[in-house]
Each structure stands twice: as structure tokens, then as C-alpha cells.
Design a protein around this ligand. Structure first.
Ligand code: NI
Length: 388
């Protein structure tokens, strides 16, 4: 492993920041304490610009290289928000707020990018500029989209973007990446089945929305098995089935909800079209009325080819030969960094978190041993991308 010396020596301090953030988890856009912590640190490092309030509660820090360099910027991005989960780790730095915890390691992502910002601001061994991007609301709030919509890329002259996420199960000191689709588009849908309620003992006088909705749930499974090319990926999961109030009443309506995960625009269009057809027509076959509300949420996290090679090479320069998986299979999870990758070329990489509990698990904790690896990756990436 080829870590940056100064980065190794700051590990304990960065871990301290990480644990401070971990103890005070905040959700979605409500990351005021975290953003204030970030602003405070960036100012203390001597960043040339520190701008809060981008995409509501996001923060961008700008570090110009030398000499006098304030040319095109590359964006390095971390996420700041936590999850609505009750923490069970029992660690001394555990969440002080019941029902909220950093179960995805965004505390570690934020601390590592702060560590990189400190080193880059102190050494300035590059031309152009580095934009360190701290986004709110990665966990379902599309904070990345908000920052892009706020004009972040244009305002700071950002030409390329890079993101990183820890990955439990991958050993510390290793990375994984792939070109093209790395993570799925994550859409959500709501369905209403309107029948005609009545007495459960006289079903012939009703239109039973529970039976109709059950048929719809079954039929939706045929999108993956019968409509999609078997060599392509699509997930349609119904995650809510709400209806009824008593043993002897057939309800008037049933509500369904769920998520759709796809890795290509074609499959995304297909899934949306077929769900609509199935909801309307299967409901109609039961005499009921089915309506679909389909919301396109995060797009596919699509890694650009040249930037993926570049990121993998940097990771290998940190981790060593054979420690970077360049053909990581895509996952059907989603990632808000996808909006930044739609706006600018770049790449998203996974970094090993070791043998810990999984992401979004109440026993998960970011692995502080990964800090020097992640910070070294950021520092080397910025210095190489902006080499004189
Ligand atoms: Ni995450």
C-alpha cells in the first residue's frame, strides 16, 4: 500500500471528527450541525472559498492550486446525512439521538473528504482548483440533484466529478469499480385499486379490491420473467399492500406501493410502461379501477469510461496491484451521485470497509482503519488530475 505520509499521521484526528459526526446523526436536508462542522473545518484549513447553502444545506469548499491557479476544478464529493434507524453498536461514539444513526458510513465519507481538504489546502501541489462537495439528503432526498440544480457545476467551474462509498465485505485497503452502470435507477410507484366495498358474506354484491390487487402483485412479477430480456436487469418489488379494516368487510380500496430498479434507460421505460398496463388492465378484468402514480427517482449511476480508468489507476496506486476490482458487478441499490454523473463526466468507486455489518444495518459502523486509504485516494486523485 502506498499511503500519503501526512495522511497517515492525521488518521487519529480524522477518526475523531468521524466519531463526533457519528454521535450526532442528522437526516436528509436537516444536516445543520454537520454542515456547520464542515464549514468550520474548511475555513480553519484555509480553503479559498467556503460556500454553505448549496442545494439547501450542502457545502462546497474551493482550494486553488499554485501558482495562482484557479483554472478548471474537479469535484470530490461526500455525503453527510444519516438514516432513521435505532443504533445497536454500543460503541462509545454511538448516536445520541434515538431513531437516527450513521448506518451508511456518510460520517466516514465526510471526515475523509475533510482530511483530504486539509492536506490539499496545506500543500497545494496541483494546478487548477479542487472543489470539495458535501451534499445533504443522499438517502432518498436527492440532495445531489438539488446541488446540481443550484448551479454548482457552473458556479465553481467543475469539469469532472468523483465519488466514493465504503463497502462492507470488501477488505480494508481494497477498491472496486466498473465502467458503465454501477448502481441502479431507483424509481418508486403508488397504485390505487378502487373496487366497491360491502359485506364479506356477500362478495357478489361487491368488487373486491383485495383480490384484484393480489392479481396485480402476481402479474407484476411477469415484467422481470416475461417482458425483460433475460440478460438485462430489472427488479419490481411491491413493498406495501394496504387495505381493509375488519373481518367481515370487503374494503372499497387497496393501496399498493413499491420500487423499480433498472440499469438502462430502455429497461426503465419498459418497466414503467408495463406496470401501468398491468395495473389498469388487471384491475379492469376484475371490474375495478387501477391507477398508477410512477415517480422517476435516482437515475442509473453511470461511470464514464476514461474517468473510471483514471480512478481505478489512482486506487491501485494507493492500494497496490491486485487490490482493485475493475469489473465489480453492478448492484441494484441506488446512489444520488448519479445526478452529478449526469451533469459531468466522472466515476464512483467502492472502498473496502472490512468485515462489518452491512450498510443500513443497526450494528453497522464505519471502519476507521479505512480512513488513511480513502484520504490518500482523494489526495492522489486530485494531485494527478490537476498535475502541473
Ligand atoms: Ni450511503
Amino acid at each position: 500500500m502506498q499511503l500519503v505520509d501526512d495522511v497517515v499521521s492525521m488518521k487519529d484526528e480524522v477518526a475523531e471528527w468521524r466519531r463526533t459526526l457519528h454521535a450526532d446523526p442528522e437526516l436528509l436536508y436537516d444536516v445543520h450541525n454537520t454542515a456547520a462542522f464542515v464549514v468550520d473545518k474548511l475555513k480553519s484549513f484555509g480553503c479559498d472559498e467556503v460556500v454553505p447553502g448549496i442545494g439547501r444545506t450542502g457545502v462546497v469548499g474551493i482550494i486553488h492550486g499554485r501558482p495562482g491557479g484557479n483554472g478548471p476544478a474537479i469535484g470530490l464529493r461526500a455525503d453527510m446525512d444519516a438514516l432513521p434507524i435505532n443504533e445497536i453498536t454500543g460503541v462509545p461514539w454511538a448516536s445520541k439521538t434515538p431513531g437516527k444513526m450513521h448506518a451508511c458510513g456518510h460520517d466516514g465519507h465526510t471526515a475523509m473528504l475533510l482530511g483530504a481538504a486539509r492536506h490539499l489546502a496545506a500543500t497545494r501541489n496541483f494546478t487548477g482548483s479542487v472543489a470539495v462537495i458535501f451534499q445533504p439528503a443522499e438517502e432518498g432526498g436527492a440532495g445531489g440533484r438539488e446541488m446540481v440544480k443550484d448551479g454548482m457545476m457552473e458556479r465553481f467551474g467543475i469539469t469532472k466529478v468523483f465519488g466514493m462509498h465504503n463497502l462492507p465485505g470488501l477488505p480494508v485497503g481494497q477498491f472496486a469499480i466498473r465502467k458503465g452502470p454501477l448502481m441502479a435507477a431507483t424509481d418508486i410507484f403508488d397504485v390505487t385499486i378502487k373496487g366497491r366495498g360491502g359485506h364479506a358474506a356477500m362478495p357478489h354484491q361487491t368488487i373486491d379490491p383485495i383480490v384484484a390487487a393480489s392479481a396485480i402483485v402476481s402479474s407484476l412479477q411477469s415484467i422481470a420473467s416475461r417482458n425483460a430480456n433475460p440478460l438485462e436487469s430489472v427488479v419490481v418489488s411491491v413493498t406495501k399492500f394496504i387495505g381493509g379494516s375488519a373481518y367481515n368487510i370487503i374494503p372499497e380500496t387497496v393501496e399498493l406501493a413499491g420500487t423499480v430498479r433498472t440499469l438502462s434507460p430502455e429497461m426503465r421505460d419498459l418497466a414503467e410502461t408495463r406496470i401501468g398496463e398491468i395495473v389498469r388492465n388487471v384491475a379492469a378484468a376484475h371490474g375495478a379501477e387501477g391507477t398508477l402514480n410512477y415517480l422517476r427517482n435516482y437515475p442509473v449511476t453511470f461511470n464514464h469510461s476514461d474517468e473510471t480508468d483514471f480512478a481505478a489507476d489512482i486506487a491501485e496506486s494507493v492500494a497496490g496491484a491486485g487490490k482493485v476490482e475493475r469489473e465489480q458487478p453492478p448492484t441494484m441499490g441506488g446512489e444520488d451521485f448519479s445526478f452529478m454523473l449526469e451533469a459531468r463526466p466522472g466515476a464512483f468507486i467502492f472502498m473496502g470497509n472490512g468485515d462489518t455489518a452491512g450498510l443500513h444495518h443497526p450494528a453497522y459502523d464505519f471502519n476507521d482503519d479505512a480512513i488513511p486509504v480513502g484520504v490518500s485516494y482523494w489526495v492522489k486523485l486530485a494531485e494527478k488530475a490537476l498535475a502541473a
